[in-house]
Design a protein around this ligand. Structure first.
Ligand code: KG4
Ligand code: ZN
Length: 336
C-alpha cells in the first residue's frame, strides 16, 4: 500500500510516499528555517505564505522521487492539527483537492500521532519495529510527554510538561546564548566538546514520583546566570551548552526510566525534534543497556518534522478504517 503524507503544521513544507507504513519511498522536506531565523522564531503569516509557494513543487518532487504516478497512490494522509492554523490549512486544503481530483481516500492525521509513528519507519538499522505495549517519550518544540501505547491510537498520557516543552527550552536558551534560531541543533553541536559538569543547573521535579516535567525554572536559572556575566565564548560556551543539555537530558532519561519501571514496560520509543539530540540519544543508549529495555529512536531526519511519519500514522489509521471527508477542518489545538 502506497500512502502520500503531507505535513505543513509549522515551518516545514513536507511530502513523502511510504509503502506499507514502513518503507520510505520518498521524503521531501522544504525547511523555512532560513526565512524565520532573521525574526528569531516562526512568524505564522510568513509560514503560511511560504507553504502556499512550496507545497505543489514539494508534492511533485515526492511523487517523482517515489517513481510512481499520482494514480498509484492508495490514500492521502495529511496533518490536521495541532499546529499553526494558517499553515495547517495549506496542507489540508491541498490534500483535499488532490484526494478529490484523484478519487482517493483522505486521512486526517494528528501531528503528535505522526511523531509516535516515526518509530515504525524503516530507519535502515535492521531493527524490528516496536511491539505493543510500549512507552513513548515525545519531545518536540511544542510538547514533552510520556505516553503509554497499547496499540495504534490506543494511548494514555502518563506525564507531561507543566510549562515549557523541552524543545522550547533549547530554543529559548539558544537565543539567550546568542546562538540564533532554532537553538536546539546549535546547542547540540556546541555541547559535543563541552564539560557537562562545568555549570551547575537545576533538575526540576527530578526527585518526585510523578512523571511530569518542568523546564521554565531551568530557563530562568540560565537567564539569571547570564544576567550576571558576559556571554560565554569559546570553550566556556561549549561548557555552558553541555551543562544545559545535560540538565534537560538527565530529567528526560530519569523520568523515562521511572515510567518504564512503574508501567512494567520493556520498550521505549523516543520521538519529536529533541530526539535528534546526540546527548539524549547517547544517554538513553546507556540507560537501555543498564536497564535492559529495547530502545527505538528513529534516525534524526524522522525525528524532526517530516511527512514520512504522517504517512506512517495515516497507513495505520487507514488499516483501521479511518477516512476523512472533504469537509475536514484543521484543529490548531488538537490533543493527542
Ligand atoms: O518535532 P519538531 O521538528 O517540531 C515540533 O513539532 O515542535 O521539533 C522541533 C524542536 C525545536 O525546538 C528544535 O530546537 C528541537 O526540536 N531540536 C533539537 C535538535 N534538533 C531539533 N533539540 C535539541 N537537539 C537537537 N539536535
Ligand atoms: Zn513536530
Amino acid at each position: 500500500m502506497l500512502v502520500l503524507g503531507v505535513e505543513t503544521s509549522c515551518d516545514e513544507t513536507a511530502a513523502a510516499v511510504v509503502e506499507d507504513g514502513r518503507h520510505v519511498r520518498a521524503n521531501v522536506v522544504a525547511s523555512q528555517i532560513a526565512t524565520h531565523a532573521q525574526y528569531g522564531g516562526v512568524v505564522p503569516e510568513v509560514a503560511s505564505r511560504q507553504h502556499v509557494a512550496t507545497i505543489v513543487p514539494v508534492l511533485e518532487r515526492a511523487v517523482a522521487d517515489a517513481g510512481v504516478p499520482f494514480g498509484a497512490l492508495d490514500a492521502i494522509a495529511v496533518t490536521a492539527g495541532p499546529g499553526l492554523v494558517g499553515a495547517l490549512l495549506v496542507g489540508v486544503e491541498t490534500a483535499k483537492a488532490l484526494a478529490f481530483a484523484l478519487g482517493k481516500p483522505l486521512i486526517a492525521v494528528n501531528h503528535l500521532a505522526g511523531h509516535l509513528a516515526a518509530a515504525f519507519l524503516d530507519g535502515g538499522t535492521g531493527q524490528a519495529p516496536p511491539s505493543y505495549p510500549h512507552l513513548a517519550l515525545l519531545v518536540s518544540g511544542g510538547h514533552t510527554a510520556l505516553i503509554r501505547i497499547d496499540g495504534p491510537g490506543r494511548t494514555r498520557l502518563l506525564g507531561a510538561t507543566r510549562d515549557d516543552a523541552s524543545g522550547e527550552a533549547f530554543d529559548k536558551v539558544g537565543k539567550m546564548l546568542g546562538l540564533g534560531y532554532p537553538g536546539g541543533i546549535a546547542i547540540d553541536k556546541r555541547a559535543a566538546d563541552g564539560n557537562p559538569r562545568a555549570v551547575v543547573l537545576p533538575r526540576a521535579l527530578a526527585g518526585r514520583d510523578d512523571l511530569d516535567f518542568s523546564f521554565s525554572g531551568l530557563k530562568t536559572a540560565v537567564a539569571t546566570l547570564l544576567a550576571r556575566r558576559a556571554l560565554p565564548e569559546g570553550q566556556e560556551m561549549s561548557d555552558f551548552c553541555a551543562s544545559f543539555q545535560a540538565a534537560v537530558v538527565d530529567v528526560l532519561v530519569r523520568k523515562s526510566r521511572r515510567a518504564l519501571a512503574l508501567q512494567g514496560l520493556t520498550s521505549l520509543v523516543v520521538c519529536g525534534g529533541v530526539a535528534a539530540n546526540r546527548g539524549l540519544r547517547a544517554a538513553l543508549a546507556v540507560a537501555a543497556q543498564e536497564d535492559g529495555f529495547a530502545l527505538h529512536i528513529p534516525p534524526p531526519k524522522y525525528c524532526t518534522d517530516n511527512a514520512a511519519m504522517i504517512a506512517a500514522a495515516g497507513t495505520q489509521m487507514f488499516e483501521h478504517g479511518a477516512r476523512a471527508g472533504l469537509d475536514l477542518a484543521v484543529d490548531p489545538g488538537l490533543p493527542l
